[in-house]
Design a protein around this ligand. Sequence first.
Ligand SMILES: C[S@@+](CC[C@H](N)C(=O)[O-])C[C@H]1O[C@@H](n2cnc3c(N)ncnc32)[C@H](O)[C@@H]1O
Length: 208
Amino acid sequence: MQRIYRFINANARRPRGLMGRFLGWLWAWESRAINDKAIALLDLESGDCLLEIGFGPGETIRRVLARYPGLRVIGIESSDLMLKLATARNEDAISDGRLSLRKGASGVVAELGEVCTHALLVHCLYFLDDLQQTCERLSGALKSGGVLVIAAVVTDAEIPARFMTPAYNFRSTAEILAALETAGMHAEVHQDEGGTHGALRWFRATKP
Ligand SMILES: C[S@@+](CC[C@H](N)C(=O)[O-])C[C@H]1O[C@@H](n2cnc3c(N)ncnc32)[C@H](O)[C@@H]1O
């Protein structure tokens, strides 16, 4: 069983091929409630500019663009397959100039400058190896008063065994909060009171 988990989790880090397509289909609905809570915490308004890292199949981008008519989105993703799926899902917004999808990782974030009002990472932090550098680059992409929301499974709660393979680099709540604070942001943590998402936390950080 552990070999199957390794294969699936390696694909979650670098989705490609048939398994990547399956995961893209799965994530579009499986992580919807988690993304919904993250979007609520972002507190977006039309006219804002949202940066999403690791957007997967682009379903959250599609829904957020439909909900906030004047919103602009910049998406950054390392997987060619996910770029393709998200492009197909959001063709109109790309041609209207409301959406820009770019291939890359946090290095691309570093090149943006302070252009975004909001930033979002859902189930992606584990794949970004340098936590402190990631938080600093995200802070660097936000304007003053900008809001960052990270949704991630944390080590100080019980993580399901299927995720315990080398593909995931989980951190504790304290580590993530400390990295956000060191990056100059004020951070708070939220959890699901209903207990459905046991080990998941939503971090909301604001740039002064
Ligand atoms: C588990 S999926 C989450 C997708 C989406 N955020 C969601 O909530 O359904 C993680 C995504 O992060 C992407 N990813 C992994 N490493 C990345 C990196 N270094 N930079 C940008 N994206 C990355 C993967 O390609 C994958 O699409």
